[in-house]
Ligand binder design. Structure first.
Ligand code: UGA
Length: 431
């Protein structure tokens, strides 16, 4: 099939490249000419495992092309996926200006050829109605189109894997013709398809992310009770997860969730519910627990060191999770900023995210590697659970540190081994 993708960011580019991998002919469009130039030259604009390899594979063939022109995308694809960003407006609500502007551009380029216009970005419920109205307002008479919702559930760091092995594909549309075309797009994945109303599809995405964020905040709240009550959060969540109604996934306590999606979608869902007439205050508490979690870690470091001013703190990990260079809403960045504010000298290391952090926190000391970060440190805080941190020779780490003091913000280091080496070890949700 011929598919157009408008918006070649994390979602759009991965989706487009993976459609090409599945044999479709894909045109990826972006309004940023520099990004398109880089993509035409074969360079992925962000780090995502497997993406560069698929780009290399399909760029030279005929299945994957790039352009900065929305009219070209409308001419090219029978199905057009809108994958532009839908950020939060400071103070609440979702900024739909990019989505609206792309809808208008599509409308102006529509001809008599039938097109399915698909919301892939995460959007508030009923967005499809606004898209339809907008297109009808700006399109020439006789334009033939339908609107559908097909939310993405890709995890950063696993996005290529998730796109090629989806656990579900939600198609929301009232049009049989649109549904049939989308079924062709996802041929081979019939057992994963769920067809719903367009409003339900929009809400499935927001509700899924808000629920997952709530789960993380719930375990983080329980981790605080563990610290106060003498329990161990990893034992507690293991026991909870054995209940099939709860399940073992997404129960890992840590420094809180980060990334652009959860923060944005929890806020977006709260605001959307309010606009529809329902106060979903639960989500405010989810946010409060999340913000408290990384701050609590900084306070624990300060309490242990008595005074932070002039102390050196090594930070392992800056991205919001392993497998990505994305630092949006990363708890690690918040920890680094707060430690610096309280007078500490932060020596940070991350295998992929340092270039991004240099742009916003240039005053940190950026180390060459994990061991280098630990040099002369009065404390080490593990913020992101990159595999290489788990494989460090901790005897060497101890030898270069000023004080053998470790705060494990993701509960991934081996407590027993560290204690035998002479480290003082603190973790999340363990007294
Ligand atoms: C999330 C969803 O998982 C995807 O399904 C969705 O498509 C995506 O948002 C999106 O809306 O685009 P992502 O933000 O990539 O994906 O990251 P997750 O793997 O879900 O992790 C989010 C955060 O929660 C990370 O900071 C992670 O460290 C934290 N987390 C996750 C925990 O603290 N504990 C857990 O048990 C799981």
């Amino acid at each position: 099939m011929r598919i157009s993708i408008i918006g070649s960011g994390h979602v759009g580019l991965v989706t487009g490249v993976c459609f090409a991998e599945r044999g479709h002919t894909v045109l990826c469009v972006d309004h940023d000419p520099a990004k398109i130039k880089a993509l035409k030259a074969g360079k992925a604009p962000f780090y995502e495992p497997g993406l560069q390899e698929l780009l290399d594979k399909h760029r030279s063939g005929k299945l994957l092309q790039f352009s900065a022109s929305t009219p070209e995308a409308v001419e090219f694809g029978e199905v057009i996926f809108i994958c532009v960003s839908t950020p939060n407006i400071p103070g609440g609500g979702v900024d739909m200006r990019y989505f609206e502007s792309v809808s208008r551009d599509i409308a102006r380029a529509l001809t008599g050829k039938y097109r399915v216009i698909v919301e892939k970005s995460t959007v508030p419920v009923k967005t499809s109605e606004r898209v339809r109205e907008c297109i009808e307002r700006y399109a020439k008479k006789g334009a033939k189109f339908d609107v559908a919702s097909n939310p993405e559930f890709l995890r950063e760091g696993m996005a290529v894997h998730d796109a090629l092995n989806p656990d579900r594909i939600v198609i929301g549309t009232a049009s049989k013709q649109a549904e049939q075309l989308l079924r062709k797009v996802y041929a081979g994945f019939e057992s994963k398809l769920l067809t719903t109303s367009i409003q339900s599809a929009e809400l499935i995405k927001l509700a899924s992310n808000a629920y997952l964020a709530m789960r993380v905040s719930f375990v983080n709240a329980v981790s605080r009770i563990c610290e106060l009550g003498g329990a161990d959060i990893d034992e507690v969540t293991k026991g909870m997860g054995l209940d099939p109604r709860i399940g073992p996934h997404f129960l890992k306590a840590g420094l809180g969730y980060g990334g652009s999606c959860f923060s944005k979608d929890v806020e977006g869902m709260y605001h959307m519910a309010g606009e529809l007439g329902y106060s979903m205050n639960l989500l405010k508490e989810v946010q409060r627990i999340n913000e408290d979690q990384w701050l609590h870690m900084v306070s624990r470091v300060e309490k242990e060191l008595w005074v932070l001013s002039g102390k050196t703190v090594a930070l392992w990990g800056l991205s919001f999770k392993p497998g990505t260079d994305d630092i949006r809403e990363a708890p690690a960045v918040k920890v680094a900023r707060e430690l610096t504010k309280r007078g500490a000298i932060v020596r940070a290391y991350d295998p992929h995210a340092m270039e991004n952090v240099k742009k916003i926190l240039p005053d940190l000391t950026f180390a060459k590697n994990a061991l280098d970060a630990a040099k002369g440190a009065d404390a080490l805080v593990l913020c992101t659970e990159w595999q290489e941190f788990l494989e460090q020779d901790m005897a060497k780490v101890k030898a270069v540190m000023n004080v053998p003091l470790v705060f494990d913000g993701r509960n991934v280091l081996k407590a027993g081994a560290l204690k035998r080496l002479g480290f003082t070890y603190h973790a999340v949700g363990k007294s």
